[in-house]
Design a protein around this ligand. Structure first.
Ligand code: SF4
Length: 874
């Protein structure tokens, strides 16, 4: 790579918004990133995760060399072994005994090669992806209604709509840049926003109406909407007659009264009627749905209940209208395009005889899979039952992210051969790998991704590979060649793979499939290298009201109102309903964001949101260590007592795992209940108990020495969490005795300043401060890690002064606005000095003016402290 400074346009690897990123690279280092002002998805904006991308390109924690049974080896040996194991299992047990488990983090070219190898040459469709956990229900619903998995909207529709309904979507945190686009549109045009979510989330900041419905009652709500539209003559009969089928039966099955809906959803009739009237009276309506809809045992039905309302009003295929599924992962859409899921064949084709034959001719493939394969949850169950004997996991962490993670770990332990290709060395899944293959990470890879609005964008190489890491497509091609398929996998670069992918989308496609990249199929390598974001199809989907079904009519899907199934309930009496989701600054299982200290500033612990009524019943106080448990296992989290969740409901983040905390992987208590159509797990409604754990000793500690997860596990602690910091590690510990904690630090000479229970201590190595420990009996009195960092990096004598500074003189509060490093105390002081709005806080301190993700928090602080100021004045 060049030694001068280069500015390279690429794409953010985190969420389905698919923001364009401009990276400045010098001396093989990413020195800065900024939003690409020319990218249509983000127009120059980035959220806090995207803005911190440069920090994730550091080579620490990378897997750099192939390994067999934990021992380093060379590529040839590792690839020969992978190919040999796959060949041997297929020969002895047939193709159904092998499986690939892929990731929405892979590039389209990687996905294409994996899908082609498994479905065209190995003869099995056992190729599924972690996107199954994210949007499989939306895919199934699109196929049922439209005949093809096509998202009918784009982000500009959110700006053109007069009403935006956000269902099961905490967009402010999960898709921050799109949220900002909507927030700006609302400011400019007065767009009405309705949030449908059992929880109060940061997205509610822009809600004109928050419908905090009972978990799982979405179908009742949207069937009530369909009933209301029909009963009050808000139906587009012309559209229904000319372009759809199944209306009468769908209308009849949806029938539900306002009173019944109110009882089912827990919403007041007043709020319900408001929503129904707003939807009925507004021509331009977009209904966004995301994981809150998809991750359900009736996710497909829920999505179709939403789509039914848009078909009934003809609000689809037009500007500012439509049902809009937003994907979680950066390239979930690219995976859908190539068919990298067990339920599709390839390029939006299914397992019908014509498609199988077409694929056979195009790929010149000897052994095309003839039926769908194992979906994610079934795949790991087959592993545990011994039906699948070799699995190759690429770029994902199923030991953390799949439901009932203990059974997934048992399955991995039982499988004779587990191959994992990843860019990260230490993950909970890598522990089970017989063969580890180092894959290139973001910044090293070259290829393309497709975002939620169908823009295909280039992800470009910025840096040389770390160690021996190789692109995933290359690893797959090498294995394919060793299995005897060299000719079909003889690609020299991703441009050739993309060209073939585009050609397949166009092959014998006479308009039956809207997914058609024919305009990109003849690109030269230079044209591919310089490809600008490119959306398919060129025209707005369904603008001509012709759908991808055989008779070109959209299908209404009759959806019955019936109770939600949830088999994780066991003895339901007295149990609470656990919802799961994301934090603002973390991504998935933290394999990338977990290495960036700044991304822990807002939330650094896995917290359990619990309503004050439920907390009081269980004698749980804010900050307590709590155990969440059911028949599957238990996890330990820190209590956050809040009215943001309804009584009877809990919420916990999905991110934490064994690398970052002792036992906080929430999927341990999520049952493997799936939607019968999409196979997507129900990750939003686990039945659990929870109780407080005695842990009187609360310690926050900063150390310049590494402390491994293994060491922390061995200490007899009630809770631990580990946070990486600049040049140091921060630990949050809770226990009953001090000695196990001090044993973690026994290499240091310790200096004790005060007595146990409320003491501070500094440890030195070779007379240099090596760790600093604060202990109190209460969680809330502990200093922030920013304070610990300042102390441990202070001049030796200064730390004594700083650590004994009376409370109030040092700003120990947490950082609310990570973009501009504005702390809670500064914000509080500014409010008390007279600032009474988020807008003026932004003008004064800049907080909330970049990614905007903290605006909800800022509003809460304004409400809290402005009221205090008022009371003080009275
Ligand atoms: Fe990346 Fe999503 Fe943030 Fe955009 S909104 S910068 S794609 S994480």
């Amino acid at each position: 790579m060049s030694s001068r400074t280069d500015s390279i346009c690429t794409t953010c690897p985190y969420c389905g918004v698919g923001c364009g990123v401009k990276a400045r690279v010098a001396n093989n280092e990413v020195i800065a990133v900024e939003g690409d002002t020319n990218h249509p998805a983000n127009r120059g904006q980035l959220c806090i995760k995207g803005a911190n991308l440069a920090a994730t390109t550091a080579v620490t924690g990378r897997l750099k060399q192939p390994q067999i049974a934990g021992k380093p080896t060379d590529w040839d040996t590792a690839l020969d072994l992978v190919a040999g194991r796959f060949n041997a299992v297929i020969t002895e047990h047939g193709p159904e005994a092998v499986a690939f488990y892929l990731s929405g983090q892979l590039l389209t070219e990687d996905y294409y090669v994996a899908n082609k190898l498994m479905k065209g040459f190995l003869g099995s469709a056992n190729v599924d992806t972690n996107s199954r956990l994210c949007m499989a229900s939306a895919v199934a619903a699109h196929k049922r209604a439209f005949g093809e998995d096509v998202v009918p909207c784009d982000y500009t529709d959110l700006e053109e709509a007069d009403l935006v309904v956000l269902v099961g979507s905490n967009m402010a945190w999960a898709h921050p840049v799109v949220y900002q686009r909507l927030a700006v549109a609302r400011e400019l045009h007065g767009t009405r926003v309705v949030v449908v979510d059992p929880r109060v989330t940061p997205t509610c900041e822009i809600a004109d109406l928050h419908l905090a419905l009972n978990p799982g009652s979405d179908i009742d709500l949207f069937n009530a909407l369909l009933t209301h539209l029909s009963d009050n003559s808000h139906i587009d009969h012309s559209f229904i007659d000319k372009h759809t089928e199944g209306w009468e039966e769908t209308r009849d099955q949806a029938d539900i009264s306002i009173t019944q809906t109110s009882a089912a959803t827990g919403l007041t009739e007043h709020d319900l009627v408001n929503f129904l009237n707003w939807f009925a009276a507004t021509d331009r309506v977009v209904t966004v749905f995301s994981q809150g809809v998809n991750q359900s045992s009736r996710g497909t039905d829920k999505a179709n209940a939403i789509i039914n309302c848009h078909l009934a009003t003809g609000r689809i295929g037009r500007v500012g209208c439509g049902p809009f599924s937003i994907t979680g992962q950066p390239n979930a859409m690219g995976g859908r395009e190539v068919g990298g899921m067990a339920s599709q064949l390839a390029a939006h084709m299914d397992f019908d005889a014509d498609s199988i034959e077409r694929i056979r001719r195009f790929w010149q493939a000897p052994n095309v899979a003839s039926a769908p394969g194992l979906k994610a949850v079934d795949m790991f169950q087959a592993l545990e039952e011994g039906k699948v004997k070799v699995i190759w996991i690429m770029g994902t962490n199923p030991a953390v992210s799949l439901p009932d993670s203990e059974s997934v770990r048992r399955a991995l332990a039982a499988c004779p051969t587990v191959v994992v290709s990843d860019c990260t060395a230490a993950t909970d899944t890598n522990v089970y790998a017989d063969i580890l293959l180092p894959a290139q990470g973001w910044g090293e890879k070259d290829g393309s991704v497709t975002n939620s609005e169908r823009f295909v964008s280039r992800q470009r190489r910025l840096l040389p590979p770390s160690g021996d890491a190789m692109p995933d497509w290359w690893i797959l091609c090498q294995v394919a060649a060793r299995m005897g398929f060299a000719e079909a996998f003889n690609y020299a670069n991703p441009a050739q793979i993309f060209a073939e992918h585009a050609q397949l989308s166009a092959f014998e496609n006479n308009g039956e499939r809207l997914f058609n990249l024919s305009h990109l199929a003849g690109q030269t390598e230079d044209e591919y290298d310089n490809m600008r974001p490119n959306r398919w199809p060129k025209a707005r989907p369904f603008a001509d009201a012709r759908f991808s079904t055989p008779n070109r009519r959209a299908r209404f899907i009759p959806i019955k109102n019936k109770p939600i199934k949830n088999e994780s309930s066991g003895q339901n009496t007295g149990m609470l309903l656990l919802n799961t989701g994301r934090y603002r600054d973390q991504w998935h299982t933290m394999t990338r964001t977990g290495s960036v200290a700044d991304l822990f500033q807002d939330s650094w612990l896995p917290a359990l949101q619990i309503h004050p009524t439920d907390a009081a019943k269980r004698n749980i106080k804010n900050g307590d260590v709590v155990q969440v448990e059911n028949h599957l296992g238990h996890v330990r989290l820190i209590a956050d007592v809040t009215t943001d969740v309804k009584p009877g409901n809990l919420f916990a983040p999905i991110h934490w795992n064994d690398q970052f905390s002792g036992r906080a992987n929430i999927c341990q208590v999520i049952a493997s209940v799936t939607d019968p159509i999409s196979g997507q797990p129900d990750s939003k409604q686990a039945r659990v108990n929870c109780r407080s754990i005695e842990a009187p000793l609360r310690i926050r500690l900063a150390t310049t020495q590494g402390v491994s997860a293994e060491t922390l596990d061995k200490a007899e602690l009630q809770f631990w969490a580990r946070i990486p910091g600049p040049g140091m590690t921060f630990l949050e510990l809770a226990g009953t005795e001090l000695s196990p904690i001090l044993s973690l630090l026994d290499t240091c000479d310790m200096v004790t300043l005060e007595a146990v229970e409320h003491f501070r201590a500094l440890g030195r190595i070779a007379d240099q401060p090596a760790w600093l420990l604060f202990s109190t009996g209460a969680y809330c009195n502990l200093p922030s890690w920013r304070h610990l960092h300042a102390l441990l990096t202070a001049e030796t004598e200064d730390w004594r002064r700083l650590s004994s500074t009376p409370p109030g003189e040092v700003d120990t509060s947490r950082c609310v606005c990570t973009c501009f490093q504005v702390t809670e105390r500064t914000i509080q002081q500014t409010i008390m000095a007279g600032v009474d709005s988020v807008a003026v806080l932004g003008e004064t301190l800049s907080c909330g003016t970049n990614c905007g993700s903290c605006r909800h928090e800022l509003q809460k602080l304004v409400n809290k402290h402005a009221t205090k100021k008022l009371v003080a004045a009275v």
